[in-house]
Design a protein around this ligand. Structure first.
Ligand code: 6PG
Length: 263
């Protein structure tokens, strides 16, 4: 089941994402005593992380129970302006008290293959696995993802083998589209999450949002379509412009500053 939540503009979307994280954190801590949160990279989530770190939201999360991960990372040092870690550190982690040992950074400064294997080891330690080549025994609690204008998500790009990776939870690949090495979680681990949530803003993404949600399933061309929880929930958090090309049936009447509907 897919839940679509359409907020107003970017600022309303940022608050809706912060509210979503707070709700998922409370649910995970109540059920499992911890909250395993995977942050999205790129530029869209920055406003949501800043909202989450603000007085309106930060005090509503038991940060001591939170583990932070990244869905992908650019292969650059952590202080590089392109680093997804650096963006999250500035917008959120420098402002809330997640225990440092629970901030699991992808080491973008290391050799990509080695960094990917090391990250998979961290995840396997925390989630357990059904054998050395098996999927996670327990799921990440919330995986936040952005959507690229070409339909990529995390660093799963169109035509890449990682989109169909059957065993590894984390892989490294050189991405022609951005002329750099990237490290990314694969569908093997993302799709075992309790909750996978896309956060998309802007008219430039509207056509792709419609293709991913309403078009034929072609994950090699639209890797975002490969990210469907096996038994968890999938949510799309959109601002009005990103949702503007969707058929009306998704757009439940507004009953607050965000509307939601289920498909
Ligand atoms: C990254 C992200 C990537 C991003 C999309 C959308 O490292 O860039 O993981 O998947 O989420 O490209 O990026 P924007 O939010 O900047 O549009």
């Amino acid at each position: 089941m897919t839940m679509i939540k359409v907020a107003g503009g970017p600022a309303t979307l940022a608050r809706a994402v912060a509210e979503h994280v707070v709700a998922q954190a409370a649910d995970a801590v109540a059920r499992r005593g911890r909250f395993l949160l995977v942050l999205a990279g790129g530029s869209t989530p920055r406003a949501a992380y800043e909202a989450l770190a603000s007085d309106a939201f930060a005090s509503r999360v038991d940060w001591n129970r939170v583990h932070v991960f990244w869905g992908d990372e650019r292969c650059v040092p952590p202080d590089d302006p392109r680093s997804n870690y650096r963006m999250a550190q500035e917008a959120l982690l420098d402002r809330v008290a997640v225990p440092p040992a629970q901030v699991h950074r992808i080491r973008g400064e290391d050799e990509p293959g080695r960094a990917a294997a090391a990250y998979e080891h961290v995840l396997r330690d925390l989630l357990g696995s059904e054998g050395p080549e098996g999927p996670p025994r327990t799921g990440l609690d919330l995986v936040l993802l952005g959507l690229g204008a070409d339909g990529h998500a995390a660093s799963l790009w169109p035509g890449q083998a990682a989109v169909r990776e059957p065993v590894r939870w984390v892989v490294a690949a050189y991405v022609e589209a951005v002329a750099m090495w990237r490290i990314t979680l694969t569908p093997v681990v993302i799709n075992r999450a309790h909750h996978v949530s896309f956060v998309v803003s802007g008219a430039a993404k509207a056509d792709r949002v419609r293709e991913v949600l309403e078009g034929p399933r072609v994950p090699d061309r639209l890797p975002a379509q490969a990210l469907q929880p096996v038994s968890g929930r999938l949510t799309w958090l959109l601002d009005e412009t990103a949702a503007s090309r969707l058929r009306e049936r998704w757009m439940a009447p507004a009953h607050d500053d965000s509307t939601s509907s289920e498909a």
